[in-house]
Design a protein around this ligand. Structure first.
Ligand code: CP
Length: 316
């Protein structure tokens, strides 16, 4: 297995099976620190730099919380408008990271351009973590989801997935790449104009992912052990920001309701949503036995603790 020390986390493509399990193993070891709401000194001399060119609640703050739990420091920006990248100068990624690398020991970047974290990693002398790039990938979110499955179901292999939402989403790309390393058949349900591209499907076939597509959640939910939902009513991820405005409602084909779960889902299936949500998972689902999104929130901190400890060489 490759060492994580000093490594960029840009994509789950070509991430090896043992590497997933090593991250989950370290997460389990560090979990009591977060569970007991204590801070440790594992990364006492290290600093995380957050470079967020798009809005975020969970991903940025979970990385920051993880760093605090490990005793490290945090600096950075949550709105590129307040930097030279977001004003008259439109400073390049290269020029920006050639500064940021001296302000800390690891950079976590979210960007509206697909490939921006890869460009940052090309120039930075410190590791770069992809916190979501355009429609590209969102590796730390899917690591969180897989860790949640392992925690909740005790295994990953042998579980059947249902993924509902916009298949252009970065989370869906990371999910599909990740599942190529496990024995996990998956059914994708999306609106036709948001379906997997032919190019991406060809790539998944090359990786032997066992996948099918369906046009309505009702057709696939009864077989699913893990139901992962993302919105189909959502902003354009290639834009730096979109304000709230007029939007439609989620069609029944892509909605997970309490009635649907009660009548069709396995009684021990689990429901994941990375959030934020629109109306695709109504709030009355929160208080059912299927929902696990609040557990995902906690696991999101623990999983980033694991990644930071591994990348910064505190754990091997
Ligand atoms: N799930 C997710 O990426 O949330 P944020 O956009 O709030 O970081």
């Amino acid at each position: 297995m490759r060492s994580f020390s000093g490594r960029d986390i840009l994509s789950l493509k070509d991430f090896e099976r043992e590497e997933f399990f090593r991250i989950f193993e370290v997460a389990k070891e560090l979990e009591p620190i977060a569970r007991n709401r204590r801070n440790s000194d594992i990364l006492a001399n290290k600093t995380l730099v957050t470079a967020f060119y798009q809005p975020s609640t969970r991903t940025r703050l979970a990385h920051e919380a993880a760093m605090h739990r490990l005793g490290g420091h945090v600096t950075g920006f949550a709105d590129a408008k307040m930097t030279r990248a977001g004003d008259f100068y439109q400073e390049s990624i290269k020029d920006t990271v050639k500064m940021l690398e001296f302000y800390g020991d690891v950079i976590v970047m979210r960007h509206f351009q697909q490939g921006a974290p890869q460009e940052a990693a090309r120039w930075a002398s410190v590791p770069v973590i992809n916190a979501g790039d355009g429609w590209g990938e969102h590796p730390t979110q899917i690591l969180t989801d897989l860790y949640t499955v392992l925690q909740e179901k005790g295994r990953i292999d042998g579980l059947r997935w249902l993924a509902v939402g916009d298949m252009r989403m970065r989370t869906m790309h990371s999910l599909a790449y990740a599942l190529t390393q496990f024995d996990c058949p998956i059914t994708f349900v999306s609106p036709p104009d948001m379906s997997l591209t032919e190019e991406f499907k060809a790539e998944l076939q090359k990786y032997s992912l066992n996948f099918t597509e369906a046009d309505h959640v009702e057709k696939a939910i009864s077989q699913a052990d893990v139901i992962l939902v993302e919105p189909v009513v959502q902003p354009d991820y290639t834009k730096s920001r979109q304000e709230a405005g007029e939007h439609g409602l989620t069609p029944a084909n892509y909605k997970i309701t309490r009635e649907l779960l009660s009548s069709k889902a396995k009684s021990d299936a689990i429901l994941l949503h990375s959030l934020p949500r629109m109306d695709e998972v109504p709030t009355d689902v929160d208080i059912t036995r299927w929902s696990r999104y609040w557990q995902e929130a906690f696991n999101g901190v623990v999983m980033r603790m694991s990644l930071l400890a591994l990348i910064l060489g505190a754990m091997e």
